[in-house]
Structures are given as C-alpha cells and as structure tokens.
Design a binder for this molecule. Structure first.
Ligand SMILES: [Fe+2]
Length: 156
C-alpha cells in the first residue's frame, strides 16, 4: 500500500520505479567510489585528481537526492540502504589502500562508463511510461557524461 498516490498506471509505475531505484543505487555507489578514491589517491597528479573526484561526489549526491525524491513523489519508496547498494550496484569495487593517480582515473572512467550505460537504458525504458522521470535521467546522464569526458581526457 502506498500513502502517496500518482497518476501512473501500475505497469508504468513498475518500470519507472525500477529505473529510479536502479539510478539511486548507481549514484549512491558512484559517490562512495569517488570519495574512496579521493581519500586514497597518490602520485604526481594528486591535487587535480583529488579535486576532480569531489566534483563527481557532489554531482552524484545531488542527483541521487533528486532521483530518490522523484520516486517518493510517485509513491515508490526509495531504498538507499548500504546493504541494498552493495547487493545491486554494477560498479566494480575499489581496491583497498593507496591508489596511483593513473589508476584512480581509470577506476573513474570505468565506473562512469558502467553507470552511463545503465542510465541510457533507463532513459529508453522511461520514454513512454513517464517523460518527467526520463527528463531527470537525461539531465543527470548529461552531467555524468561530462565527468566521463574529463576523466578520459586525463588518461589520454
Ligand atoms: Fe575532501
């Protein structure tokens, strides 16, 4: 039973709810991965990579809140619990300990690539069921692709 009512038919709500929940998990994990690398990066490019990583954290946290609250607005309870994030994320874990700057950049290129692919699938899936959710996903994916470009430029 949902205490929040919405205008979407049940079948559409299921698709949209899954897209938003998946997006939430990816964004929460992306913020955790970027912080972990932010704290552990070492090497000659420490400062630029360290600062760049916090820009990803800010983006991921901001967008995770928007995504979670869109779910709530549709009557779907967002689940951002650590156990849920850990069991459903598609991002490969970050190795323990110090991370060389070049490896840090590679980790972010890979993580952003995985998340962007999944976001693009969600953009397709929400096209008919809910263009408002799709619009949120399009906007945040544009941001992620900007970060992806910058980290790829770092590794050229
Ligand atoms: Fe910091």
């Amino acid at each position: 039973m949902s205490v929040v009512k919405n205008a979407l038919p049940e079948a559409d709500l299921k698709v949209v709810g899954e897209a938003l929940q998946g997006a939430l998990v990816d964004l929460v994990d992306l913020s955790l991965v970027a912080k972990q690398v932010h704290w552990n990066v070492v090497g000659p490019r420490f400062r630029s990579v360290h600062l760049q990583l916090d820009e990803v954290v800010t983006s991921a946290r901001t967008h995770s809140d928007v995504v979670a609250e869109r779910a709530s607005a549709l009557g779907v309870t967002p689940d951002g619990r650590a156990s849920t994030v850990a069991s459903t994320t598609a991002i490969t874990g970050v190795p323990e300990g110090w991370i060389k700057d070049a490896d840090a950049v590679r980790i972010l290129v890979d993580a952003l690539g995985v998340v962007i692919n999944r976001m693009r699938e969600r953009i397709q899936a929400t096209d008919e069921p809910d263009p408002i959710t799709q619009d949120l996903l399009i906007g945040l994916t544009g941001d992620l692709e900007k970060h992806h470009w910058m980290f790829q430029a770092e590794s050229a």
